[in-house]
Design a protein around this ligand. Structure first.
Ligand SMILES: *[C@@H]1O[C@H](CO)[C@@H](O)[C@H](O)[C@H]1NC(C)=O
Ligand SMILES: *[C@@H]1O[C@H](CO)[C@@H](O)[C@H](O)[C@H]1NC(C)=O
Ligand SMILES: *[C@@H]1O[C@H](CO)[C@@H](O)[C@H](O)[C@H]1NC(C)=O
Ligand SMILES: *[C@@H]1O[C@H](CO)[C@@H](O)[C@H](O)[C@H]1NC(C)=O
Length: 387
C-alpha cells in the first residue's frame, strides 16, 4: 500500500496527509455542509451502524464481491460535500467527502441519476453494493472538479438507489486498498487522488481537509475545504506533524493511527495507547466502551436517549477538563468547548436547544479489537478557524 504516513496539522486544521513526493499544482475545493433530510433521533446509532460495517468489511478484507455489508452514509446528521461535474456536457453532483471509503460513484439521488454522455466508457464490470443503494456499474468518465481540473476517472454509477435525498454520491478518498474486491475482474481501482497524482495533475500525493460546524438551514457555501496535492498553510499556525499509519489491523486498512488520550485529574489514561482511525464520514468522537464509561463517570454526564449523546448540566460542563490526545510526541488539547455538540444544532439532532450534549460516544469495541477510536467530524471542528 502506498500510504505510509498521515500528518496532523496543528492546531487550526486537521489534515491527513498521504505521502509525499513532488509534482503538480494544488487544488482547493469548497465544501458545503448538508443536513440529513429528515430530523435524526439518534446520531450515535447512525455512526455505530456505519462503524460496524466498516469493521466487518475490513476484517473480511478482499474476500470478493457481495461479501461486504453496506456502509450507511445516507442518514448522517451532517454530510460534507463537494460539487463535481461528470461527463460532457457535465452533470453536476454533490458528493460526500468520505475518507472511510475509496470508491467514487454517482447516481445516489433519485433526482440525479448518472447521465451517460459521449465521454462515458462502460467497462462492462459491476461494482459491489457498498451503501445499500442498488446495483452499480463501473464506468470510466470525465470528472470535472474545477474549471481547470478535468480528468478521466473510474467511477461507479448507481442504477438504482434509495433514500439519499440531497446527496448524489460519494467521493471516496480513503486508502486505495479499500477498493480491493469492489469491482469485478479488477484488483484495486485508483482513487481520484491516485489518478490526479499519477497523471501529474497535483504536486504531492496528499489531501488536507477542514470542516466547520454550521448553523442549521445555513445554505451558504464555505463550510470547509478539501485540498488536493497540498495543505493550505493559511489555515495553520504551526507546522505539520507526521505520524505513521498504524500497523494494527483492522485500523491499518483505513487512515488509521496510534494515539492515547489523557484527561486532566484522572490518574490513569482515559484511552491507553490504541489504534483507531480518522474518518470524515463519522460525526462523533467514538471510544472503546471502557474509555467511554470512564469518560461518562469522570464528566458526571447522563445518557440522553433522544439524541444518543451524553448530556451534562451547565455546572458539570464548566468543570469539564480538557482531553489531551497524544499522537507520537505531540499532544493536542481538546478543550471543554470542543467536547460539546454545537448548541445551535441541538434541535437538528432531536435535542433541546438549551441542553449541553457531548460529542464523545461509545464505539462498542474493546481494547483487543484493533479499532479503539474514531475521530470524526466533531474532532475536525475543534481544529477549524472560528471555533
Ligand atoms: C460480478 O460479480 C457478481 C458476483 O460474483 C456477479 O453476480 C456479476 O454477474 C458479475 N458481473 C459481471 C459484469 O461480471
Ligand atoms: C467544467 O466545469 C465548469 C464549471 O462547472 C464548466 O464551466 C466547464 O465548462 C466544465 N468543463 C468541461 C470540459 O466539462
Ligand atoms: C430550518 O428549516 C425548517 C424547515 O423550513 C424549519 O422548520 C426550522 O425551524 C428551521 N430551523 C432554524 C434553526 O431556523
Ligand atoms: C502502534 O501500536 C502497535 C500496538 O502497540 C505497535 O505494534 C506498533 O508498532 C505501533 N506503531 C505503528 C506505527 O503501528
Amino acid at each position: 500500500m502506498r500510504a505510509s504516513s498521515v500528518a496532523l496539522l496543528l492546531p487550526s486544521v486537521l489534515g491527513f496527509v498521504v505521502p509525499i513526493q513532488k509534482r503538480g499544482t494544488p487544488v482547493s475545493l469548497p465544501i458545503t455542509a448538508r443536513y440529513g433530510a429528515s430530523k435524526l433521533s439518534n446520531i450515535a446509532e447512525v455512526d455505530l451502524a456505519r462503524v460496524r460495517s466498516m469493521i466487518e468489511n475490513a476484517k473480511e478484507g478482499a474476500s470478493g464481491l457481495n461479501s461486504r455489508e453496506p456502509v450507511p452514509l445516507k442518514n448522517a446528521a451532517v454530510s460534507y460535500t463537494i460539487s463535481a461535474g461528470v461527463g460532457f456536457p457535465p452533470t453536476i453532483y454533490n458528493l460526500v467527502v468520505d475518507t472511510g471509503s475509496s470508491n467514487t460513484w454517482v447516481g445516489a439521488s433519485p433526482n440525479k441519476p448518472y447521465v451517460r454522455t459521449s465521454t462515458s466508457v462502460d467497462t462492462g464490470n459491476s461494482v459491489q453494493v457498498l451503501y445499500g443503494s442498488g446495483f452499480f456499474t463501473s464506468d470510466f468518465d470525465t470528472l470535472n472538479l474545477t474549471q481547470t481540473l478535468i480528468f478521466t476517472q473510474s467511477i461507479g454509477a448507481a442504477s438504482s438507489s434509495g433514500g439519499f435525498e440531497n446527496l448524489d454520491g460519494v467521493l471516496g478518498i480513503g486508502p486505495t486498498g479499500l477498493t480491493t474486491g469492489t469491482v469485478n475482474n479488477t484488483d484495486t481501482i485508483p482513487t481520484i487522488v491516485d489518478t490526479l497524482y499519477n497523471q501529474g495533475l497535483i504536486n504531492n500525493d496528499l489531501i488536507g481537509v477542514y470542516f466547520k460546524p454550521v448553523i442549521e438551514n445555513d445554505t451558504s457555501t464555505g463550510n470547509g475545504k478539501l485540498d488536493l496535492g497540498d495543505i493550505d498553510k493559511d489555515k495553520m499556525i504551526q507546522s505539520v506533524t507526521f505520524v505513521p499509519i498504524t500497523s494494527t489491523p483492522p485500523s491499518n486498512t483505513f487512515w488509521g493511527v496510534n494515539l492515547s488520550i489523557r484527561q486532566d485529574y484522572l490518574d490513569s489514561q482515559l484511552l491507553p495507547p490504541a489504534a483507531g482511525i480518522v474518518d470524515t464520514g463519522t460525526t462523533l468522537v467514538l471510544l472503546t466502551s471502557d474509555a467511554f464509561q470512564k469518560y461518562q463517570q469522570a464528566t458526571g454526564s447522563v445518557f440522553d436517549s433522544s439524541t444518543g449523546l451524553l448530556r451534562v448540566t451547565r455546572d458539570q460542563f464548566l468543570k469539564l477538563p480538557s482531553l489531551f490526545i497524544k499522537f507520537g510526541d505531540e499532544a493536542l488539547e481538546f478543550t471543554t468547548d470542543a467536547q460539546a455538540w454545537p448548541t445551535q444544532l441541538n434541535t437538528a439532532i432531536g435535542g433541546t436547544s438549551d441542553n449541553i450534549y457531548l460529542i464523545v460516544g461509545d464505539l462498542g469495541t474493546s481494547s483487543d479489537e484493533g479499532f479503539e477510536f474514531i475521530l470524526g467530524q466533531t474532532f475536525l471542528y475543534k481544529y477549524s478557524p472560528n471555533r
